[in-house]
Design a protein around this ligand. Sequence first.
Ligand code: OGA
Ligand code: FE
Length: 331
Amino acid sequence: MANSEKKQWDSSQLRKYDFSLEQIPRLHYKDPKIDELIKQNLPVLITDSNIVKPAIEKWTLEYLERNLGSAGHTVYVSRNHKFKFYDDKKILNKNNPKGVEFSPPTKRAEMKVFEFMKRLREWKRGEKRVYLQQILNSTVGPAIVEDYMNFDWRYVGEKKNKHNWGELTSNLLFIGMEGNVTPCHYDEQQNFFRPNPRCILFAPDQFENLYPHPVHHPHDRQSMVDFDRPDYTKFPKFKNVKGYETIVEPGDVLYIPIYWWHHVESLMRGGPTITVNFWYKAGPTSLEYPLRDHQKVSIMRNVEKMLLEVLQDPKEVGPLLRAMVLGRYNE
Ligand code: OGA
Ligand code: FE
């Protein structure tokens, strides 16, 4: 089925960026090479599987509107096409005097599904965009729960066991408008992802080229670089960034390894997109040398957290780190 003549998009529907991209390997779900890639913490697009078959066959906007239930759902509202994630717990407010002064780039709202769908259907250029991001839990309607139970849990469970991942943390359902973008970030979880039509990935060794916000910042784990208008003066190494991309067909599921950066984009003029992810906790780690790039990212995070804890003031972390390395670790 995954056959390129059936391509349902053309390159004018992709946003244009100024960096080089290679294709992520596509492998049939029974191909044993998938496990070799997962084992090395490398991404792979798994084709023709039944992992989220009920969703692919049934989850149209109409079906979801009828069956998501009346509980209300988390919807992000943005003035532009970008939905950059932020962590509320790191924002300065009465209850959090140590937080960072910050005005969120998107608003989080609770909406009933019909309200969301109405905005989706009636949206016109220039209006605020919406992106529903709802955890699949018992508040969603019974038909959705049943579809969820019919995902191919045997296949994902096998991968989880084989590769020693931790527990499944959650499945998030995304309903997005055409052209919506989740900007580049990494997660501290393994992710099986029925992706949006386009995913751009970067390996953990691209840390320096992508300039993540400091750990104490609400945009922790997000790149500071605006891909639409990169500021090369502030972020000169972004010129060296090298990524991977894939354009997804129905039936494809992408494995995004833990700590791999990802930028997710719905095609322009491609209609709304419906996506599900599977987040798994990291498994127990063993320190085998040489360390892997993603383990080094984790170490950097811990150093930042530790300094913040002892210095008590995020403004002191940078100067201390600079004083520590400048002129000393030049070899
Ligand atoms: C994820 C993710 C973003 C999106 O699943 O980790 O970042 O827009 N998804 O689907
Ligand atoms: Fe993510």
